[in-house]
Design a protein around this ligand. Structure first.
Ligand code: MG
Length: 390
């Protein structure tokens, strides 16, 4: 089998009206008009000489056309190669930029789209799901949490919690940290959420790095969450503050989770060696694809770190990739099952309509995957045509 074509397509859906940043971030008011001006995705389609096509998605947090162009730039390296040689092809593409400063960022996100499409073709050609290629069905049922509740009026939050429970969830994540100076006020709302959800619902808190370099606030909030018996404390600090994370892990009983802002195995190795986290949340579409993501999940297991893949605001292609890794990984803990979009008033067609997740059933907090070959998804061509960028 040989690769005959590689195509990247950038998609964008403009926001009908400008929204405030839905997560905590530095200078949120200033940067939101650029960061959250549209829903975006870049899909990659790789075709082989036997007529098979594999699809992948690049994590697209800024310019989709930049990612698309990177994929097209490296295309000549892929033509004529066997798509099943995923390790070789990943290393080949990695070699293009490793000594030139681009061992993360846009380049690795572009690689993710390519690598995922290669695994999809490989699975389709073998007639098996990607999780089978990874090592099989270690976890036939996947515990999943609703992502995410955003702090606002408690009456609205109570309705949201009831809806998630009615849909079968027994675990939910709460976004906190948008107002670091008022963290005590936020904790009062978390307490009300906990009270309404009840003891049979597992709750986690996600700060999206909102306390930045303020270790003391991060510690105080961690103590408050621990006292309320929340399950994990996610990204309290700036993403590269390994010493800060190690400090929190040492001082707190609540589990420390992080990883969605990070990229490759070398960077995660530093967190593991320093014993800085309990739960790793890398995203395959940021890590450079399935090939690299599996290595990170496996490496985590050697350090007794559990794996809870990040999915975030992407299309269902990326979310499907994490389902396959979760089905395989022996240290898998829980899956981030996205239930909301950046804009509460504008449905994201790239999330909900581009393709459906290969989920057979979801009940009592657990989901079961279908057994279709490759990633097990089919793209909606109408959505692609409607939102593709020239
Ligand atoms: Mg997060």
């Amino acid at each position: 089998m040989k690769i005959t074509d590689v195509e990247a397509i950038a998609l964008a859906v403009p926001m009908e009206k400008q929204i405030a940043a839905p997560i905590s971030m530095p200078r949120a008011d200033e940067v939101a008009p650029v960061v959250f001006k549209e829903y975006r995705s870049v899909i990659v389609r790789i075709r082989a000489d036997n007529g098979l096509e594999g699809v992948g998605e690049c994590m697209t947090r800024l310019s989709g056309t930049a990612l698309r162009d990177i994929v097209h730039y490296v295309k000549p390296l892929l033509i004529g190669k066997d798509p099943r040689d995923v390790e070789y092809l990943w290393d080949l593409l990695w070699s293009v930029m490793i000594n030139r400063g681009h061992h993360s960022g846009f380049y690795l996100e572009a690689l993710a789209g390519i690598d995922t499409a290669l695994w999809d073709i490989w699975g389709k050609s073998a007639g098996v799901p990607v999780w089978r290629l990874l090592g099989g069905k270690t976890n036939p049922k996947l515990w999943a949490y609703a992502s995410s509740l955003r702090l606002r009026d408690i009456e609205i939050l109570r309705d949201e919690i009831d809806k998630h429970k009615a849909n079968g969830f027994n675990a939910m994540k709460i976004k906190i940290g948008k107002d670091p100076m008022n963290w005590r006020g936020e904790m009062k709302t978390v307490e009300q959420i906990k009270e309404h959800a009840g003891d049979d619902v597992t709750l986690m808190a996600d700060v999206n790095c909102g306390y930045g370099h303020d270790l003391k606030t991060a510690l105080q909030v961690g103590q408050a969450l621990e006292a309320m018996d929340l399950y994990w404390y996610e990204e309290p600090l700036a993403p590269d503050d390994i010493e800060g994370y190690a400090y929190l892990k040492d001082k707190l009983g609540i589990r420390i989770a992080t990883g969605e802002a990070d990229f490759n195995r070398f960077s995660f190795a530093r967190f593991f060696k320093r014993d800085a986290i309990d739960i790793v949340q890398h995203d395959a579409a940021r890590a450079g694809g399935i090939t690299e993501a599996r290595k990170i999940a496996d490496m985590a297991s050697a350090f007794h770190v559990q794996y809870a893949p990040h999915t975030g605001s992407s299309s269902n292609i990326i979310m499907t990739v994490s389902l396959h890794l979760a089905t395989y990984a022996p240290n898998f803990l829980i899956y981030e099952y996205m239930q909301s979009d950046w804009n509460k008033e504008q449905h994201n067609p790239l999330h909900w309509d581009l393709c459906q997740l290969p989920i057979k059933s979801f009940k009592d907090g657990y989901l079961e995957m279908e057994d279709k070959p490759g990633l097990g998804i089919e793209l909606n061509e109408e959505v692609i045509e409607k939102y593709r960028l020239q």
